[in-house]
Write a protein that binds this ligand. Structure first.
Ligand code: DLL
Length: 440
């Protein structure tokens, strides 16, 4: 565990606005946004089909009358039909990671870039970043929003940035040691890869000056947090965002680390039942939906993220008044249905991390030979368990099976694989191979 203590620091006063002021601000900005999106033919049409004119939107209660925007809508408007400004006003483009086909392109005006840097500065400050710190950014710097988003956020705080970008693990570790880096920014799965390199190369903790890290870009579990914190002796903070909404900077943890504060002066969040599209009860899990309030180039109305998480409306002890979101447990489109049981890969991760003798590297493979789903979890053994007796290995498999059954309700085949045999990731991890889809 880390001995480093992050003091409770707040970046700007928008984080602590009394609720009534925040609501007034949101209502005014919503009205502006609704007017702005009339420049986008897609929204103009959607609003007129719903019989809504900007004058009819006067308070937050009117939000629910507005149409949703989906990923499919954005794909249809590829590349730039969602722009609300002239192209000459765009200062930068990014693209979402899109696993298949073309990415979703997103655009920022100069002012959008300023707002974005400020939002990232907020959560970085909440999670320990000080002007005198150095921060190594091991995210991709291409179309992905992670690299540039965190980069300008950290610079905005006044910290010194090492734009290491993703990959080349030995060089990352060399820089981290030689530059005595204070903070690391990457995906949690890349942090595992880095940590493994440090352990395998017997690099003593004293050779590093790393104190804390900001992870985001993919789902991860509390078990994974504990594992990385123990291995690296640092504090790990979670931050969340998505390209379509702005990139990183939508929400992030404060020093209390009990949920991520959503920047409500910049976004309105809703949590809905993805089937009925009705709001869920406060504290209940549902799909997060965001409406941007400050974006000029590509404002977005009620964007259905597919990310499943619960909102925590109760106030945080840090003094921020903003609503928090719990960890994202998965994306509704990543939900697996195995033998009729719904589950997310994160539930498997949660189970595996509780079992001693396994490394936190796994792969879920699903197939349907003979019309019955067969799910296999490949789990890496640690070096120690690798040299165990057959009897001990059998016991280890039974423990894993028991833990997985506990979190998912399913028995799956457990295959113990040798250390270092599964793929390592430099960006977002790919932990599922669903051969049923490949065979479709
Ligand atoms: O991943 C933005 C980002 C970069 C956030 C770096 C944080 C840090 P996209 O590539 O568009 O943007 O992917 C967005 O990633 O809808 C979630 O499913 C997932 N995601 C992002 N952060 C988290 C997180 C960036 N902390 C998609 N926990 C989102 C769980 C996350 N899932």
């Amino acid at each position: 565990m880390s001995t480093f203590v992050v003091e409770n620091r707040i970046w700007d006063k928008a984080e602590t606005l009394p609720r009534h002021e925040l609501v007034a601000l949101q209502s005014a900005k919503l009205k502006e946004t609704v007017e702005r999106v009339q420049n986008v033919p897609f929204y103009k049409k959607a609003f007129s089909e719903a019989g809504i004119t900007p004058e009819k939107i006067n308070s937050l209660d009117d939000l629910q009358r507005l149409p949703f925007t989906t990923k499919a809508d954005l794909r249809e408007q590829y590349p730039l039909n969602m722009l609300a400004v002239d192209r000459s006003e765009v200062a930068r483009y990014h693209g979402s990671s899109g696993t298949t086909g073309k990415p979703t392109m997103v655009a920022y005006t100069q002012n959008d870039l300023k707002v974005w840097a400020n939002l990232c500065a907020r959560f970085l400050t909440g999670g320990g970043l000080l002007p005198e710190h150095s921060v190594q950014i091991a995210f991709g710097y291409g179309l992905f929003t992670g690299g540039f988003g965190l980069h300008y956020g950290a610079e905005r705080v006044g910290a010194s940035v090492i734009p290491a970008a993703a990959g080349n693990t030995p060089k990352q570790i060399m820089l981290m040691m030689d530059m005595q880096v204070d903070a690391l920014v990457c995906t949690p799965s890349y942090a595992l890869t880095l940590s493994e390199f440090i352990i395998q190369n017997d690099i003593p903790r004293s050779a590093l000056n790393l104190k804390y890290a900001h992870f985001g870009g993919e789902p991860w579990t509390e078990g994974m947090r504990t594992r990385i914190e123990d291995e690296l002796g640092i504090l790990c903070f979670n931050n969340y965002g998505l390209s379509e909404v702005i990139g990183p900077g939508v929400s992030g943890e404060c020093a209390v680390r009990d949920g991520m504060h959503i920047s409500e002066d910049a976004f309105i969040v809703e949590c809905i039942n993805p089937d009925t599209l009705e709001p869920v009860e406060p504290g209940e899990e549902g799909e997060l939906v965001f409406t941007s309030l400050c974006k000029e180039a590509m404002p977005i109305i009620r964007y259905r993220t597919r990310d499943i998480a619960a909102l925590k409306p109760e106030p945080c002890t840090c003094g921020r008044t903003t609503i928090r979101m719990d960890r994202v447990t998965g994306r509704s489109d990543d939900m697996l249905i195995i033998k009729g049981v719904n589950l997310y890969p994160s539930q498997v991760e949660q189970a595996l991390l509780r079992v001693e003798g396994t490394a936190p590297h796994y792969l879920i493979e699903i197939d349907r030979p003979d019309r019955t789903d067969v799910a296999t979890i490949k789990v890496e053994m640690t070096d120690k368990s690798f040299s165990s007796s057959m009897k001990e290995l059998q016991e280890l498999k039974e423990k894993i099976d028991h833990a997985v059954k506990g979190t998912t309700g399913l028995h799956m085949n457990i295959e113990l694989v040798s250390p270092n045999s599964l793929e390592r990731f430099i960006g977002k991890a790919q932990r599922v191979i669903d051969k049923r889809k490949l065979n479709d």
